[in-house]
Design a protein around this ligand. Structure first.
Ligand code: GLN
Length: 533
């Protein structure tokens, strides 16, 4: 079977959960034994989301091969367990950069470079995975960010139109829209969907499948109406009702035959519906959990999406520990020595979040101190780990001015310092230590136990600064141990205080590699420790 292509677009409003639908389609096809990849095309001009403020676009997700990407890639990985690569996240900026670099290089032999065909050709090349990956996948699912009608997504729509024509039945267009319920009228309204499909049609794209997001159940009469107005078969009008958990979406889509409809459109025999045993067992566990465990998230972005992968990792680890992780956000900018006990009162565990820059770091340091001195399970991630180290240096080693050179370049006690290789780099994007690196665990440490007594692990990074090895001995003598080391560069990747119940900081981001079927061992162990509070 040659590669088949599925395009996922969205209409009416943003935030309908296109990423979840794309991830669900991926999951369902994977469950049927197909080799799948999911890629996201974002219409903004940034080369990648790495330089975006999380308030703009939520968390930046990092792939194992070191690409800073959109948070939807996190959904793709958590749902399918398939690791994405740098080819799975494309922006308008990257497309233009490729074309402009080629133009400067003289590759176009004097031609006038235009949106059509040069930009659209580059989009098509990437949609077809023309990066030496032809024929690797049975299905390539391409999600296009933004909403139909946006000026900036027009070249992507044109590329899809051309590919549809070129690929014939090997391509399927799935369009996600919204059916609002008007309370005053007591009615569900299909007009926005009709308009959205008209807009798509005006660009030459006829959707094959419609997924209608709705807060209320849609009956067959309404689905028939949508099918009739939009030239779509009734069995291809699928509804995606609000569900208690995003992880219910794949099974709900399967129940409504979304994957079967895709296969039928392409002309592949549908065959038996896969049982998705492990996934359903996970859902069963999730439905049964009632007991709650309160976990504080100490960070500076008061926005659900800003720490998406950490939240999901805590949720997943909770479910596998038979508890609901009740995550409470605490703004580190508001934490002071005076109010910390009250702000963090009653929490079973504390996570100190990653981040960049000064804002809110003193609050993170105070939270780390509180966690250490009251012996509440505490998990520091990246900047969070660095704050644990600074706190320990200030309050235990008594270096009152200890800091990271990120925050105070001249600090005499730079317990966190810039890595040598980063010192001459002035550009912002993509210049960090990014992607997966090896880490050797010290036998007998809590981290080693958490990983099931593995000695060599691989975790993803995104940072410029590091634990300063000059201080290692002093830290260890005073009780904070360096228990995870990068064997190639001798960098400290994990610190812990063994005499505490659970006090671990990781320079890497374990949250990027939690998946639904494989919750991350450190989060599992952390939540487990919280339960014993
Ligand atoms: N700002 C810190 C560094 O660059 C931590 C980064 C992070 O938390 N991702 O090292």
């Amino acid at each position: 079977m040659g590669t088949k292509y599925i395009f996922v677009t969205g209409g009416v409003v943003s935030s309908l959960g296109k990423g979840i639908i794309s991830a669900s389609i991926g999951k369902l096809l994977q469950a049927r034994g197909y080799k799948v990849t999911i890629q996201k095309f974002d219409p903004y001009i940034n080369i990648d989301p790495g330089t975006l403020n999380p308030y703009e676009h939520g968390e930046c997700y990092v792939t194992a091969d070191g690409m800073e990407t959109d948070l939807d890639l996190g959904h793709y990985e958590r749902f399918t367990g398939i690791q994405a690569t740098r080819h799975n996240s494309i922006t308008t900026g990257r497309i233009y950069k490729t074309v402009i670099d080629r133009e400067r290089h003289g590759d176009y032999l004097g031609k006038t470079i235009q949106v059509v065909p040069h930009i659209t050709d580059e989009i098509k090349r990437r949609m077809l995975r023309g990066e030496g990956q032809e024929g690797v996948f049975d299905f390539v699912i391409t999600e296009v960010g933004g909403t139909i009608g946006d000026i900036e997504s027009a070249p992507f729509m044109e590329a899809i139109r051309q590919l549809r024509w070129q690929l014939g039945r090997d391509a399927v267009c799935v369009h996600l829209t919204y059916v609002p319920y008007l309370k005053a009228a007591g009615e569900l309204k299909t007009k926005p969907t009709q308009h959205s499909v008209k807009e798509l049609q005006s660009m030459g794209i006829q959707p094959d499948i419609l997924v209608l997001r709705t807060e209320r159940h849609l009956d067959d009469v309404l689905r028939l109406k949508v099918a009739g107005f939009c030239n779509v078969d009734l069995e291809c009008v699928v509804q995606s009702e609000d569900l208690p958990s995003i992880y219910e979406v794949p099974v709900n889509m399967q129940r409504q035959g979304l994957d079967a409809a895709i296969l039928r459109k392409i002309g592949i025999p549908v065959g038996e519906t896969p049982a998705m045993k492990a996934w359903n067992e996970f859902l069963e566990k999730q439905r049964k959990t009632t007991r709650e465990v309160r976990i504080g998230l100490v960070g500076k972005y008061d926005l659900q999406d800003a720490y998406k992968s950490i939240r999901e990792s805590l949720n997943l680890a909770g479910i596998y520990n038979d508890v609901k992780s009740k995550i409470e956000f605490i703004n580190s900018e508001e934490i002071t020595k005076k109010n910390v006990a009250q702000k963090l009162a009653g929490l079973a565990g504390i996570v100190i979040c990653p981040g960049f820059g000064q804002r809110g770091i003193e609050g993170k340091i105070i939270a780390a101190e509180y966690g250490r001195t009251t012996d509440i399970p505490t998990f520091g991630i990246c900047l969070g780990m660095q704050m644990m180290v600074i706190e320990f240096a200030r309050n235990v080693l008594k270096y009152k001015d200890a800091n990271s050179s990120e925050m105070d370049e001249k600090t005499p006690h730079n317990v966190i310092d810039m890595m040598e290789e980063q010192k001459n780099i002035t550009q912002m994007g993509g210049t960090m230590r990014l992607g997966a690196y090896d880490c050797e665990l010290i036998e007998g440490s809590r981290a080693y136990e958490a990983y099931g007594e593995e000695t060599l692990i691989k975790e993803r990074h995104r940072h410029r600064y590091e634990f300063n090895n000059k201080y290692q001995e002093e830290f260890e003598n005073a009780g904070m141990k360096c228990v995870g080391i990068n064997p190639d560069a001798d960098l400290v990747e994990i610190v812990e205080i063994p005499e505490k119940r659970w006090y671990i900081g990781t320079q890497f981001h374990p949250e990027y590699s939690s998946t639904v079927l494989h919750p991350h061992p450190l989060f599992m162990s952390f939540v487990n420790a919280c339960l014993k509070s």
